[in-house]
Design a protein around this ligand. Structure first.
Ligand SMILES: [Zn+2]
Length: 290
């Protein structure tokens, strides 16, 4: 058997403009009985459940509630993204580290100032051998946005082992787990760009290159918009089929195979742009008639 080299994937979620840092409530609403052991380790409180080791500076109850929330989210995401929900427990466990400040977060994560969460997954020989999520606990609503976003990356990593998924697609799928309010905020940014005839070229959005001049928030918004549009065409299993094949087979063939988009990328771009015109028509018919 050919040995595959360990491959590490690091993905950080960007804050959207206006989604600023502020002190957030750390308690979760839901608290259900679950296998959870909590202990103090130096400056940290650590809660361990069947799939997570959660680190926080909060007290034992906060740690327990956060870990229970992670377990519940994992179940929801597996249900949303897999046809076979009988997925075993994670080994190794997924570490979730909740940092109290941006400074502490940046000591652990090599990410931009705008980053609110970061996922690190390492794959080797067809299995995930390392899972870790770092989160900024000082960012408002991190429980409803950054945590489900990052956890989606970890859940999808099990299904996309050995598949090098383009960043726009990986981020777009993760953003589907964010709150509807944040998704709307992101899409509004794109609507404004479309109204000003500044909608990015599809090639720019799909380009993984670090030298792109495309604004990061606009790139995230466009990625979310594209993935939502593709999801509407064929559902999440088709999205995963596309993600598994796009690097090897290319966009045109993968779009045909997964979504029956026979015209490949040019047709995707044309239909994506047309969806903005249709949205404007629905949102403001009087304006569109001018
Ligand atoms: Zn992400």
């Amino acid at each position: 058997m050919q040995r595959t080299t360990a491959r590490q994937i690091v993905l950080a979620v960007m804050l959207i403009a206006g989604w600023g840092a502020q002190r957030s409530a750390t308690a979760f609403d839901e608290a259900a009985a679950c296998q959870c052991t909590c202990a103090r380790r130096g400056a940290w409180t650590v809660a361990e459940t069947p799939n997570f080791t959660l680190w926080t500076h909060g007290d034992l109850e906060i740690a327990r509630r956060c870990a229970i929330r992670c377990e519940a989210l994992r179940r929801e995401l597996i249900s949303a993204w897999t046809e076979n929900e009988a997925i075993g427990e994670w080994s190794p466990l997924c570490a979730v580290v909740i940092h109290s400040t941006q400074a502490e977060y940046r000591l652990s994560v090599n990410a931009s100032d705008e980053s609110a969460g970061c996922t690190t997954v390492t794959c080797d020989q067809g299995r995930v051998i390392f899972r870790r999520i770092d989160l900024r606990g000082d960012v408002a609503d991190w429980q409803r946005n950054a945590l489900p976003h990052e956890l989606t990356h970890v859940v999808l990593a099990d299904q996309l082992i050995d598949c090098s998924v383009p960043t726009w697609l990986n981020e777009g799928m993760a953003m589907l787990s964010e709150s509807e309010a944040l998704q709307t905020q992101r899409l509004t940014l794109l609507e404004r760009a479309a109204a000003a005839r500044r909608l990015p070229e599809l090639a720019e959005v799909l380009d993984d290159g670090q030298r792109s001049r495309l604004d990061a928030n606009l790139r995230y918004a466009a990625s979310l918009s594209l993935v939502r549009w593709l999801e509407q065409q064929g559902g999440r299993q088709r999205l995963l089929q596309y993600a598994r094949h796009v690097r090897q087979s290319g966009n045109d063939e993968s779009l045909r195979g997964a979504f029956a988009i026979e015209g490949g990328l040019p047709e995707l771009e044309q239909q994506w742009h047309a969806s903005f015109a249709a949205h404007r028509l629905r949102a403001s018919p009087a304006l569109a008639e001018r």
